[in-house]
Design a protein around this ligand. Sequence first.
Ligand SMILES: [Zn+2]
Length: 243
Amino acid sequence: MTPDNDPLLPHGGYRHLRSYKVAEAVYDATVVFCRRFIPKSVRTHDQMVQAARSGVRNISEGSGAAATSRKSEMKLTNVARASLNDELLQDYESFLRQNGLRVWHKDSRECRAMRDRLQQDFIEDLPAAKSGAVRLNGLAGLAEFVGKAAPELAANAMLCAVHQAAYLLRQQLRGQAREFTEKGGFTENLYATRKRTRDGAETPACPDCGKPMRQRIAKQGKQAGEAFWGCSGYPDCKGVRQV
Ligand SMILES: [Zn+2]
């Protein structure tokens, strides 16, 4: 949680996000899938890899942007969602259709079983597979599975994983929107901090002249965009303090 006097928002923990983990597995497995099933000379090859990459990158960038702007965070998270849900998903479905293979229904038994396995990173106690059969043993094994399974299995496993990433991102967006409505963004928090210090006794005295200080935002230089204490006697006094 943000301490009361810190207008920066909580940010940067993307590696712990489940959506990031799933999107990263989708990216790695998409590289394997394309290498195996789609000739490098076909444009779809690069487009799929790029869409998968955009999913991962925009989650991490959105998480970083969260420090100063909930709106940027939401925008980038939504780009990640769109790359996966609107582009990559369509490409996997087209692959299946164009090769005369089945797209599993989302409520089918096979699809549900696949989803269950993808919900865990690694499943240790799976019963022994029939000889020659390839099995998915969790999210961490997705790329390996896609590298060995028959095309229909591989593409449907990818569909399930992409669906899951997109679902998690939709939930994340909802959470971000709620957080923004309830707690505001950087600018709103900064205003609240200012008002609190203006009203309360927390205002420090100027180190140069002893007058009360006001919180301001640096407009230029290395600290641009950051808050600092400036003397209320400015411009006669140029005393500053770090926040
Ligand atoms: Zn002063």
